[in-house]
Design a protein around this ligand. Structure first.
Ligand code: C2E
Ligand code: CA
Ligand code: CA
Length: 918
């Protein structure tokens, strides 16, 4: 039984109520009773309403209970002062089981009687308890609140709850209490906090929630939402601050913001609907895709807006994604990929507009289909996934046969015609490594047996890094362009006429280093007198001869040797590993013999000789290809000087000789300029009279160092340049003056002067001849110009023109060295000629061979038939002379009759003749 006994002070009982009134009052509220108790007898004397209050029916029970209830008062009464009021609150259990709080107030009315009031204070007691509970609850609430709560007074923290301790990262409230509140707030937030606090002037006033930063013990900060409330602490004004950690909330808000931004910025339409398909949200992209404004869309059935049935349930059932054709507000179709998901109160639909991509895909596949280039896509498994029409055409495989087949099915060969192993295929490598490859050139053996050359490029299909990669192979058929290129290259490196390699390839081969311990042999071939064939039989015949010779050369060398044509009648043979000069000589001889075999063309047997210059080069040879060729050319020239069908090795002597030749050319130029050449005269005898009919002027040159130089050499030198024109003019001028002098002295002989082929082309020739005749007074018909058969045949038309212009001057014309060329009677007939000089070689052969006589006989007959005087050159013996006389030759010239010599010698011969006659 709980009991609270309280003494009531004197002051409390100062105004004592009327006893009767109290009784009445107590009785009137029904919850009070009056009682008096004999302290000594320890029994209830009287009472009024106790039975009611105690919910007891029997008087004795009232007495028993009451005696029990007042016992603490009795104890107090025994010990306390008599004038005191006693008060006691007792918990009492009613017979019904209920709980009541009774307040007993009493005073000792006499020395032994305690008079009091019993009151039911259950309600009040309950209120009090409730208040205590409330306080306790609030205390717990404050202490256990997840929000930090603290009280500060005069700037110092007076109280904090556990959350406050946690917020700042302290170990307990002691670490916080007593600190300045500002030490817990981030300096940034202090001014605002102060301002808020200042505004709170009345007790209980609270600030609006505001954000602030709390400074933790470890230096970090916590974002809080703070509310300050004006309160008191120990009677002094204080502030209670409630702070909520808003870090998570802020993060959540940011996330929400982000999501909202996403929804409004994505290009996919995001549509929220109710269960029944009414639109609840419609993002800007939906507006763009479908052309309906958000304001118009909300609340509308979604299928009306997208222009097609749209059942989110069905989409979700079939995996959440579906392809569909929707319609824009203007009716145009849209290719849409719809994703659907269920929400609490409906569905969210994400509609991706793939119209543009589809269109791009369509364009793309149209482009790929129309490409000239073959395009094949190979999957990561190495199987063909797609092939455009060009690929099918180029590869000769139908699409259905290609798709799913191995990309390595075709057989590929490299430039050297070697089968390429599959693992080296460019697209196999690209698939394995992800590295693209361009311009891989291979030959494909198609299943129909045809071969095509392909230029292939491969690249990974996607940029993803996982390997093996799917690969796009694109290729073009370069068979034709390769053939063209090969043909062009062949043309550029081969001679069109003979099909032999040309100078470019020859030099290229010569530039390649000589094999170790090997010797390279370079043979420079020049056909002898080929010009003659060309000039007299025409270029077509000449070309045919060259083709035949080329073919013979090709056949007579080893396969690894190279035969080339440098141009004109020049050929080159390059043979490797000709370690001894003997072998090179044998090869040269073999070539000469092969070339010398008669070439039969149009029933004509043509004999061609070849002069060969040979260069041998070892591995140490540092000559360039061009230099080696030049040296072989030099050797060939040397061979030519030895006569037709000869060969010569190049050596340093030879080079020196060539250098001399070159030097001689320079010296000759000086000699002509300085008039250092002289002229000798050789008599030509008339066989009928035995008299000197004419004299041939022959030029002579004595070199200051080398002595006399043969005209064969220096005339050739002069003919290599225009120098021959000056030289010829000098000889003509000197000789004409001399013979004109003889005329004046009564010796009216004819003058024969040689004309070099080149002079025939000289426009100055005719005027020069005219001038000489005028200046010297030599009668024009006393001048005979000798032109070789070859010179006439070089350009017969031009020659004929020049000859007739000379003829117009009254000059006589002779054909020199007749029989060495191929001119025919018919050709000669067209030319305005007066004389024919049989070449010395025929005269020499006279008396030795019957053939020579036959030839000379026919030449004389032929010449006479066309009214030409016949002169035989090089008569050295009486035998030759008598044959010529017998054959009816008109004139003779030769050492037998007189060597070339000074003018005086000529006069001498003439005088001898006169003596013989007289
Ligand atoms: P060519 O016009 O046939 O001259 C005749 C050559 O035969 C001369 O040689 C002469 O000395 C030589 N000869 C004459 N009789 C005999 C003989 O019985 N036996 C031998 N073995 N030879 C004989 P040369 O003077 O050495 O001249 C050689 C060639 O040089 C000439 O041949 C001619 O083609 C050319 N030549 C000489 N002088 C001139 C010139 O002033 N102008 C031109 N264009 N050519 C010239
Ligand atoms: Ca002559
Ligand atoms: Ca001659």
């Amino acid at each position: 039984m709980n009991a609270v006994v309280r003494r009531i002070d004197e002051s409390d009982t100062a105004a004592k109520p009327d006893y009767e009134l109290v009784v009445d009052l107590a009785l009137s509220v029904g919850s009070a009773a009056m009682w008096s108790f004999d302290v000594v007898a320890d029994r209830l004397i009287s009472h009024s309403g106790l039975d009611n209050l105690l919910e007891l029916t029997g008087e004795s029970e009232v007495h028993t209970v009451m005696a029990e209830l007042v016992r603490p008062l009795l104890v107090a009464a025994h010990t306390g002062a008599g004038w005191q009021d006693f008060e006691l609150e007792q918990n009492y259990e009613t017979p019904g089981g209920g709980q009541k709080w009774l307040q007993l107030r009493a005073r000792l009315s006499a020395d032994t009687v305690l008079t009091g009031v019993a009151m039911d204070v259950t309600a009040r007691q309950e209120d009090r308890q409730a208040l205590a509970d409330l306080a306790d609850r609030y205390r717990l609430l404050v202490e256990l609140s997840p929000d930090a709560i603290c009280v500060h007074e005069a700037g110092m923290v007076k109280y904090t709850n556990a959350a406050g301790v946690r917020f700042v990262g302290a170990h307990g409230p002691d670490e916080i209490v007593g600190r300045p509140i500002t030490s817990l707030v981030h300096p940034e937030s202090i001014p605002e906090m102060m301002r808020r606090i200042k505004e709170l002037s009345d007790h209980g006033a609270a600030s609006e929630p505001a954000e602030a930063k709390i400074l933790r013990f470890d230096g970090t900060t916590v974002d809080v939402e703070a509310v300050s409330v004006r309160t008191t602490w120990e009677g002094r004004p204080a502030f209670q601050v409630i702070m909520r950690d808003v870090t998570a909330q802020k993060a959540a808000e940011a996330a929400l913001h982000y999501q909202a931004a996403l929804v409004s910025h994505v290009s996919d339409a995001i549509i929220g609907t109710t269960e029944d398909g009414l639109v609840t949200s419609w993002n800007p992209a939906a507006q763009t895709v479908y052309g309906h404004a958000a304001a118009d869309a909300e609340g509308q059935p979604v299928q009306d807006l997208v222009g097609a049935p749209l059942d989110p349930r069905a989409i979700i059932r079939s995996g959440g994604v579906a392809q569909a054709v929707h319609r824009k507000a203007d009716g145009s179709p849209l290719t849409i990929r719809v994703s659907a998901a269920e929400m609490d109160s409906g569905y969210v639909l994400v509609c991706a507009d793939e119209t543009a991509r589809r269109r791009a895909e369509q364009y793309f596949s149209t482009v790929v289909a129309s490409l000239e280039e073959g395009v094949v896509v190979v999957g990561r498994d190495g199987l063909v996934e797609s092939a455009n029409p060009a690929a099918q055409r180029i590869l000769g495989v139908r699409e259905e046969d290609m798709i799913g087949s191995l990309s390595t099915a075709g057989q590929l060969y490299d430039e050297n015609n070697a089968r390429i192993p599959e693992e080296h295929y460019a697209f196999v490598k690209t698939s394995r490594t992800g590295v693209p490859r361009n311009g891989w050139v291979v030959r494909l053996r198609r299943s129909d047996g045809r071969s095509v050359w392909l230029s292939i490029s491969c690249r990974p299909l996607t940029v993803e890094s996982s390997l093996p990669a799917a690969v796009v192979i694109s290729f073009t058929d370069i068979t034709e362009s390769r053939a063209i290129a090969a043909r062009l290259e062949h043309q550029a490196t081969h001679d069109g006429l003979t099909g032999l390699v040309n100078r470019t390839l020859v030099v290229q081969r010569l530039n390649a280093p000589v094999r170790r311990r090997g010797t390279r042999c370079v043979l420079f071939l020049d056909l002898d007198k080929f010009k003659l064939i060309n000039d007299s039989l025409g270029h077509a015949v000449g070309d045919q001869v060259l083709v035949v010779i080329g073919e013979r050369l090709r056949r007579c060398v080893r396969a690894e040797d190279l035969v080339g044509r440098l141009g004109g009648d020049e050929f080159v043979v390059i043979a490797e590993d000709m370690d001894q000069p003997r072998k090179a000589a044998a090869l040269a001889e073999k070539i000469r013999d092969v070339v010398a075999q008669p070439v039969v063309l149009n029933g004509r047997h043509l004999h061609v000789d070849v002069s060969i210059g040979i260069v041998l080069a070892g591995p140490e040879d540092t000559r360039s290809g061009e230099d080696a060729l030049r040296d072989a050319d030099v050797a060939m020239y040397e061979a030519k000087t030895r006569g037709p069908g000869r060969f010569a090795f190049f050596d340093v002597d030879l080079r020196e000789r060539m250098q001399r030749h070159h030097q001689l050319g320079e010296d000759l130029r000086d000699a002509v300029r300085d008039d250092l050449l002289s002229v000798v005269y050789q008599p030509i005898i008339d066989l009928k009279t035995g008299a000197v009919a004419s004299a041939e002027a022959l030029s002579r040159w004595t070199h200051p160092v080398h002595g006399p130089v043969s005209p064969v050499e220096f005339i050739q030198l002069a003919e290599e340049s225009a120098l021959i024109n000056a030289l010829g003019a000098q000889v003509l001028s000197v000789a004409a003056l001399a013979i004109a002098g003889l005329h004046a002295d009564g010796m009216p002989i004819e003058l024969a002067v040689n004309l070099s082929p080149r002079q025939l082309d000289d426009p100055e020739l005719v005027p020069a001849v005219r001038q000489v005749l005028m200046r010297t007074g030599l009668p024009s018909d006393a001048l005979c110009l000798e032109i070789t058969e070859n010179a006439l045949m070089h350009d017969p038309t031009l020659a004929a023109q020049t000859l007739s212009r000379l003829r117009d001057l009254g000059v006589r014309l002779a054909i020199d060295d007749f029989g060495t060329g191929y001119s025919s009677l018919a050709q000669l007939r067209k030319l305005p000629l007066d004389q024919l000089k049989i070449d010395r070689s025929f005269v020499t052969a006279l008396g030795e061979s019957r053939d020579a006589e036959t030839i000379v006989t026919s030449i004389i007959a032929m010449a006479h038939a066309v009214d030409l005087t016949v002169v035989a050159e090089g008569v050295e013996t009486e035998g030759q002379l008598s044959v010529l006389r017998r054959l009816g030759c008109d004139h003779v010239q030769g050492y037998l009759l007189g060597r070339p010599g000074p003018l005086e010698a000529l006069i001498e011969v003439n005088a001898q003749f006169r003596q013989e006659v007289s």
